[in-house]
Ligand binder design. Structure first.
Ligand code: SAH
Length: 413
């Protein structure tokens, strides 16, 4: 009968840990040790490129030779990641002599410690031991990961603090996260953004935020619709700022969920300043911006070797001849590279006319992508000279991204 292992969470910060081997197993094991702050000594004559990058960056020490027992002097843990059973056994012997736990990738029975299959969710780490069967451990781990991803908000929210409250600068430890939701496909939010979203007490969401993300919020969350419909009535930015600050000062975890990336024409900076002025801690989680994702969804890479060595992202919401315009369209007309225009549909005739008037060739390829990465995505392909009319003919509506440049046709077969 096998005896059950004793689960333990090792706090390795600053402690010497030896890894023997430099192949695929070591490459997979080392990052978690570095993440735990371990002082890693890697002993191996041959090293994978990824491990060499860690060594070159000074994140670990590399002894480029075979293992000798003295490598374990002073170590707290050793991981054996080599196939040769005799060499591996010699590490086990040296570890046992020094009373150091020894993980063996080659022989679980000979090991004095097992590494669990792991899934990490912010501060929570779940480790699964499969009773000697790594596949069973991974299967159970996958099931737990799915469960936690689906219901993380309810399961992983930190318990209410007990004991005296620590004054963190806010009334009860509220905070704001400015989270980029990505361009439209609900799967294009980052892992971090998704975790914060599912942990939120209050979600303040823009109109462009993928609806499916909101569909999966936990019950009880307060959802504030901060819709700012283009060219229509809008709740003022001041009011949004006030909601963020008020809720955080009242102790809530607030997620400000914004389409694409929070800082790309997203007024994220204003919201950050408002929170900072009120003493509310803010986390910014970047998002996949439509300025890159919408062209990609239309088969357009914003750069391509030998074709475009630059891409410029501009807002077209102010007409080129307006005194309020901050964009030097005549200068953009002189660039060779990719030009990406957001919020540019209404002013597209004036924008294309200005670019043409200042010398951008009329046959420059153009594409317009409406509601990119969603089920409603529509694409119009044209040229700079004709794109404004083509958009009108097709009846394209915001939100849409216009992309101009030779990259538009570069992937055409
Ligand atoms: N912060 C956002 C941009 C906000 S400005 C980002 O990084 O993507 C709003 C403009 O973004 C829209 O008018 C449109 O030009 C563009 N946009 C956002 N999502 C889009 C989508 N799914 N498809 C096409 N354009 C989109």
């Amino acid at each position: 009968m096998t005896v059950n292992p004793y689960p333990l969470g090792l706090r390795l910060a600053g402690l010497p840990v030896v890894v023997v081997g430099g192949g695929a197993v070591a490459t997979r094991r080392v990052p978690a040790l570095l993440d735990a702050g371990a002082d890693v000594l890697l002993v191996t004559p041959e090293i994978s490129p990824a491990l060499r990058a860690h060594a070159d960056a000074g994140r670990l020490r590399w002894a480029a030779r075979r293992f000798v027992p003295e490598d374990l002097d002073g170590a707290w843990l050793v991981q054996v990641a080599i196939d040769d059973p005799i060499a591996a056994a010699s590490v086990s012997v040296a570890a046992a002599e020094r009373r150091i736990f020894c993980v063996r990738a080659d022989d679980r029975e000979a090991a004095t410690a097992w590494t669990p299959a792991v899934t990490r969710h912010g501060p929570v780490t779940v480790g699964v031991l499969g009773g000697g069967d790594p596949h069973r451990a991974m299967t159970v781990r996958d099931a737990i990961r799915t469960l936690l991803q689906a219901r993380k908000g309810t399961l992983l929210t930190p318990p209410v603090e007990e004991g005296p409250l620590v004054n963190t600068g806010t009334a009860r430890g509220g905070e704001v996260a400015l989270v980029g939701a990505g361009p439209g496909d609900a799967e294009l939010i980052t892992l971090k953004g998704w975790r914060l979203l599912t942990e939120a007490d209050v979600v303040v969401a823009d109109r462009l935020v993928p609806g499916l993300l909101l569909d999966e919020l936990r019950s009880g969350v307060e959802l504030v619709d901060a819709s700012k419909i283009p060219y229509g009535p809008s709740r003022t930015q001041e009011e949004i700022n006030r909601i963020l600050v008020d809720r955080a000062l009242a102790g809530s975890v607030v997620v400000r969920l914004k389409g694409g990336d929070p800082y790309v024409f997203g007024r994220g900076g204003e919201e950050l300043l408002a929170c900072a002025e009120a003493g509310v801690p803010v986390t910014v989680v970047p998002g996949v911006t439509s300025s890159i994702a919408a062209p990609a969804a239309a088969g357009v890479p914003v750069t391509h070797r030998g074709v475009a060595h630059e891409f410029t992202v501009v807002s077209g919401h102010v007409a080129p001849d307006s005194p309020d315009s901050l964009v030097r369209w005549e200068a953009l007309a002189g660039l060779r590279g990719t030009l990406v225009i957001l919020m540019g549909l209404k002013n597209l005739p004036a924008i294309t006319a200005t670019l043409l008037a200042h010398g951008r060739p009329a046959d420059t390829p153009a594409a317009v992508v409406q509601e990119a990465t969603t089920g409603a995505q529509r694409i119009v392909r044209s040229t700079l000279g004709e794109v404004a009319a083509a958009v009108a003919d097709a009846g394209l509506r915001p939100p849409a991204v216009v992309v101009l440049g030779d990259v538009v046709t570069v992937l055409d077969l």
